[in-house]
Design a protein around this ligand. Sequence first.
Ligand code: GLT
Ligand code: MN
Length: 386
Amino acid sequence: MSKFAPTPNDKFAFGIWGIQNRGRDPFGDATRPAVSAIDAIRGLAERGCYGFEFHDNDLWPIDATPAARDAVLRDVRKVMADTGIKATMATTNCFYHPVFKDGAFTSTDPAVRLYATQKVMRCLDVAAELGAGVYVFWGGREGVEVDVAKDPITTAGWFRDALNFLCEYVLTQGYDIKFSLEPKPNEPRGDLYLPTVGSMLAFIGTLDNPEMVGVNPETAHIKMAGLNPYHEFAQALDAGKLLDVHLNGQKPLRYDQDLSFGSDDLREAFLTIKLLKDHDYSGTIGFDAHPYRTESDPWDFVERNLRTAKILMDKVRQFNENRQIQDLLAELHGAHPELADMTKKYSSATATKLKNLELDPDHLAARRLPLERLDQLFTELLLGVL
Ligand code: GLT
Ligand code: MN
């Protein structure tokens, strides 16, 4: 049991909104009692979490007076000091209040766009004060049902202007904060803008300060689009833009389920952890999920997410050390080593050499690839019999 007990060195973090989730869905009311933000943060610390993630309005209500907000922040700083837990990621709730019903930064009303920008600035001040180094933008209302109403190039321009302005705010305040954009294909809007990691990466390249903006991919959002989380996380990592992750579970192409990590697809969960470990991802490992509606409190749910991740870390170690698997991988990757780096650097001599190289496609196609065996070894490793 204790072998898989999480410690702060694992750099696990949880969005407190998942702990505070009371089981409401579009068809039914709350099924469990409220958990205060402070109890959520303390409970995470007690279970070995390194950090917590929060929205402004997870901590203080949207209509809180500055004095009420400061009182909450005093309590937050106290629980952080008492337990050592860190605020690793902050974000703004720009989706719950009706003011955002047709978008925050992509609203047609400039006053709504400014209200969203002001809300972010105020929460950025708190994020800096609590030491959160990553600030996420999840555009829950940044989308449409009626596409004739808005030109997506115009809306992208509004979002770009807001991010450029907010980057300058962070820079001039001297905050040590990076922005991280979280893509999602749909829900709650019919279509959300910038639905995938690839769209976010392309968009970041159009900003004034692209070096201070990255991506925060989430397993469930990727699977809602029918895409492969391993590949999506990898693309962000390869671009040097993986600032934060939201791990969870999701059946493909369905409503947003936010299931526990690994509960729907252990292979994908393994591959996600393997990617983060093999490539020395140094950010926090954030979980963004919520308990089943049938749970009476969030703690079995929290513990299982952390435990699954720890067990998968151990499985990754076993995979990387397993002789049979590594021999098969070496065989798979061992073809024609003398050709492997031929196009690494261009020269006209290499171009001529390549043009004249004898490569027989029928001969190459005849190569035996032991993928069934490899996949079965992987299955047996996960099943614990290898
Ligand atoms: C919301 C959403 C998440 C985002 C959060 C950040 S809130 O619950 O489903 O994926 O990460 O705003
Ligand atoms: Mn998320």
